[in-house]
Design a protein around this ligand. Structure first.
Ligand code: HEC
Length: 246
C-alpha cells in the first residue's frame, strides 16, 4: 500500500468516526425541514416512567406541538435531547396528523433520574421546549422492585393488574404508594427499616402493615428502601446536602 493511499483511508475513517461521534451527541443531525410552526410543545405521554438502567422505556415518549389557540400543529419540527447515554429513536422528526411525535427512549447505563427534553422552533426562530423526567433503576433498586412486586404492591398499589388484585380497598388504614414522596420523603431510612422489619406498630402505626424482618434479609430491606427513594415524586433528597434550586 502506498503511503498516500494509507493517509486517504485514514482520513475517510476519521471522517466516519467523527460523524459517528457527532451523531451520538445529536449535533450533526439536522432536524427535517418543518412545513408549519407552533408556539408551544407539551408532553402527551411517556414522562415519569421507570426502567432498568441501559434499557428502553416500556412506553414511547410522545410530545405534541400546539399553536397559540392550543390546536395541534401538523408538520412542525421536533428535536429530542438528553444527557449522555440516552438514545432516542428517532432523535428528531416532524409532527404527524395529530400534531405529535413519538420516540422510543433508552436510558443511560447509570441509575438515577434522567431529565430529557423535546424542543420545537417557532416562526420567529425561537426554541421552545418541554422537559420530562424518567427513572433508571440500578441493580439494588431492581431487586427492590422485585421484592415490592412480590410482597408489598398488593397493599401499597391501589391499582389492580391482570396478575394481581389489589388489596388496597379492603384495608381500613390506607398505605401510601411508594411514589408518594410527600409522605415517604419525611421518613428517615431508619424509620423505613423499622416499619418494614417490625411492622406498623414499630412507628405507632397500624398492625395492618405486617413485619417482614423474618422474611426478608437486611440486604432485601435496604434494596426496598433504595427503590422507594428512587421512585418517590417529588424526588427524595438526602438530608444534609444542599441542592441547587431548579
Ligand atoms: C397487608 C397489607 C400490606 C402489605 C403486604 C405491606 N404493607 Fe406497608 N403498610 C400497610 C398499611 C395498612 C400501612 C399504613 C399504616 C398506618 O398508616 O398506620 C403501611 C405502611 C407502610 C409504610 C409507611 C408509609 C405509609 O405507606 O404509610 C411503609 C414504608 C411500608 N408500609 C412499607 C412496606 C413494604 C416495603 C412492604 C413490602 C415488603 C409492605 N409495606 C407491605 C399495609 C401493608
Amino acid at each position: 500500500m502506498t503511503r498516500q493511499l494509507a493517509i486517504q483511508i485514514g482520513l475517510v475513517c476519521l471522517a466516519l468516526a467523527c460523524s459517528g461521534c457527532n451523531r451520538k451527541y445529536g449535533t450533526a443531525q439536522l432536524a427535517p425541514a418543518p412545513s408549519k410552526y407552533g408556539t408551544a410543545i407539551v408532553e402527551s405521554s411517556g414522562g415519569k416512567q421507570i426502567a432498568a438502567a441501559g434499557t428502553t422505556l416500556p412506553q414511547p415518549v410522545i410530545v405534541q406541538v400546539n399553536d397559540e389557540q392550543g390546536n395541534a400543529v401538523t408538520g412542525a419540527a421536533v428535536q429530542f435531547g438528553g444527557p449522555a447515554g440516552v438514545v432516542f429513536d428517532p432523535q428528531n422528526g416532524i409532527t404527524d396528523s395529530s400534531g405529535q411525535l413519538s420516540s422510543n427512549v433508552s436510558l443511560g447505563p447509570q441509575a438515577g433520574r434522567y431529565q430529557i427534553s423535546a424542543a420545537t422552533i417557532t416562526k420567529d426562530k425561537k426554541v421552545v421546549e418541554v422537559k420530562l423526567e424518567e427513572i433508571a433503576l440500578g441493580y439494588q433498586q431492581i431487586l427492590g422492585r422485585q421484592l415490592n412486586d412480590q410482597y408489598c404492591s398488593r397493599c401499597h398499589d391501589p391499582e389492580s393488574t391482570p396478575e394481581r388484585v389489589s388489596n388496597y380497598d379492603n384495608l381500613a388504614v390506607k398505605p401510601h404508594p411508594f411514589t408518594e414522596g410527600e409522605t415517604l420523603n419525611k421518613m428517615s431510612d431508619e424509620d423505613l427499616a423499622a416499619i418494614i422489619g417490625h411492622g406498623g406498630p414499630a412507628l405507632n402505626k397500624s398492625p395492618l402493615m405486617p413485619p417482614y424482618g423474618y422474611t426478608l434479609s437486611k440486604t432485601d430491606i435496604q434494596a426496598l428502601i433504595s427503590y422507594i427513594r428512587t421512585v418517590s415524586d417529588p424526588p427524595y433528597r438526602v438530608p444534609g446536602i444542599v441542592y441547587a434550586q431548579k
